[in-house]
Ligand binder design. Sequence first.
Ligand code: KG4
Ligand code: ZN
Length: 366
Amino acid sequence: MTPPPARDLTVLGIETSCDETAAAVVRRGREGRGAILSDIVLSQVEDHAAFGGVVPEIAARAHVEALDGVIRAAMREAGTAWNDLDAVAVTAGPGLIGGLLVGLMTARAISAARELRLMPLNHLEGHALTATLTDGLGFPYLLLLVSGGHTQLVAVEGVGRYRRLGTTIDDALGEAFDKAAKLLGLGFPGGPSVERAACRGDPRRFALPRPLKGARSCDFSFSGLKTALRLEAEANAPLSDKDVADLAASFQAAAVDVVDDRTRAALDVFLDQFSKPPTALVAAGGVAANQVIRTRLTDLCRDAGVPFVAPPMRLCTDNAAMIAWAGAERLAVGLAPDPALPARARWPLDEGAAPVVGAGKHGARA
Ligand code: KG4
Ligand code: ZN
């Protein structure tokens, strides 16, 4: 498809794939620079805290109740009229199907009522392209996406061109942090509470495994680490505050070692496949908030001579600005998706990559 003539593009983005109800308006200048005109994120974290994890049915109902108001707020704050918009971009997957349907149906209604182009997008593409919005980063770069739902290393070659180099074969890293927190009686979401407890603990007290460390692939695995943590917790029960802190610190140290090792492996594979280093290593997803992980990635990049880019936390975790931006980037290069695309709970970013787990009737797990 030939790209349309260069002009400013303004896109409304909608994101409801997990436990954040979000809407944003983003403008892409003809020269390719992005500006966030509004970015509203309503977290449901308190609705789910009592359950120690996101409850899909509660999430979907909360999206239904909140989404109209969130979109209205995003349009008001941006000061954009409906006919200033070029498109409505919406997350169509992967994610919790109830929430995805709420977002997609709302976007479809807006697009019909206002005669706007509908762009159903892959949530992971939003994460993948965020660094071109925040840092004007050039291609190709290496993305480490570590969140509650995803753990992937992806070579981002261009808009719509993603090569998955590695992924988790079981749990996502954020999920492992959340389960560790639950096991240790720490709060939800687990990542921040494990990180806090770990600050007071001895990371060498428990020798927990580093799954897949040294493997030739760039894949991740965390279920063995989770089981080892549970066995140590059971063997030392009842746990004192000191035990909890030491277990949290030992768990985090193992997780960070794994991230470090797998990312180094991916940098090697990248170099092999592209015959040049990436323009940067980009970290995204909620787990990228972890200071110990950030420090380790900074060191790793210094060793490798590759810049380290971590977009502001607000844009690393789930938001709609990244969806609006991905829509604008696609429009700019003439790659608008089919407006009839359905919501999909599973939707790998790199459709060519072999499914790793859950390759059942829902297709490959992202
Ligand atoms: O990207 P995100 O906000 O939502 C999605 O999962 O899409 O990521 C949330 C995940 C949770 O699993 C949370 O425990 C984890 O990110 N997380 C952290 C930290 N802050 C959030 N994990 C480790 N250390 C942190 N400081
Ligand atoms: Zn996400």
